[in-house]
Design a protein around this ligand. Structure first.
Ligand SMILES: Nc1nc2c(c(=O)[nH]1)N[C@H]1C(S)=C(S)[C@@H](COP(=O)(O)O)O[C@H]1N2
Ligand SMILES: [Mo]
Length: 222
């Protein structure tokens, strides 16, 4: 198995049963590392995560080559390097992560930067309504309204559980929006559009709610 086989469709289809079984094996007896070939083991991370991609392979972005553009309704469009991001005020938090398909990971340690500090670099013009996060994994994207993006537990994460974000989890940088289902937390973010409107994201065009509040969206009620 290689990267081409781990898209969401493959996950849910051909390899779904096998991968699900491996999670149980790990949970039960801690043997996953030995039970699967190396390249598969790297896709079976610790503590209940499922790795999702929509494409045929995960983006591979070298840290030194990473660029994040902030464009749209701004005074100064900018392109930041990973070093630029690391030089911004550091934010840290521990938060839970929930996928709308039913799995959760609790107490994830994230490190990164708040979106307000990222936006300061480009100076949004008055009246902007949303941030659209565009993934290097085309055509994955999703948006947060200004109010949502500036909540105090939303960040652009560059570290997870004390280490630089891993490639499967969206390296070098991903959105973390703990109060909403995981599809809002775009991985491999390379472009942020500051917009006067709110566009439906990838999964929202496939029927999920744009306001993806945990427990009160997508058919769930509090
Ligand atoms: N680029 C990209 N980002 C993405 C996705 C994806 O398929 N591609 N899946 C989303 C969904 S549905 C979830 S639940 C989380 C899963 O995060 P993980 O792959 O780090 O476990 O990523 C979100 N961000
Ligand atoms: Mo998800």
């Amino acid at each position: 198995m290689d990267d081409r086989t781990i898209g969401r469709a493959a996950f849910l289809g051909v390899v779904g049963a096998g991968v699900a079984g491996l999670f149980f094996a790990r949970d039960a007896v801690g043997l996953v590392g030995k039970a699967v070939p190396d390249r598969v083991a790297s896709l079976v991370p610790s503590s209940g995560w499922r790795i999702y991609t929509i494409g045929s392979s995960m983006p591979r972005i070298r840290p030194a080559e990473y660029r994040l553009s902030i464009v749209g309704q701004v005074e100064t469009p900018v392109t930041l390097t990973l070093a630029d991001l690391r030089a911004l005020p550091r934010a840290e938090q521990v938060s839970d992560f929930h996928c709308v398909t039913g799995w959760s990971v609790y107490n994830v340690s994230w490190g990164g930067v708040r979106l307000a500090d990222v936006l300061d670099q480009a100076k949004p013009l008055a009246g902007w309504r949303s941030l659209r996060f565009i993934s290097d994994e085309v055509p994955y994207d999703d948006s947060l309204t200004a109010e949502q993006a500036l909540l105090d537990d939303v960040m652009l994460a560059i570290d997870m559980d004390g280490k630089p974000l891993s490639r499967p989890h969206g390296a070098p940088a991903r959105v973390v929006m703990p109060q909403m289902y995981g599809y809002k937390s775009v991985k491999w973010v390379t472009r942020i559009e500051v917009r006067p409107d709110v566009l439906p994201g990838y999964w929202e065009q496939h029927g999920y709610d744009a306001d993806a509040w945990i427990g009160r969206s997508n058919g769930f009620s509090a």
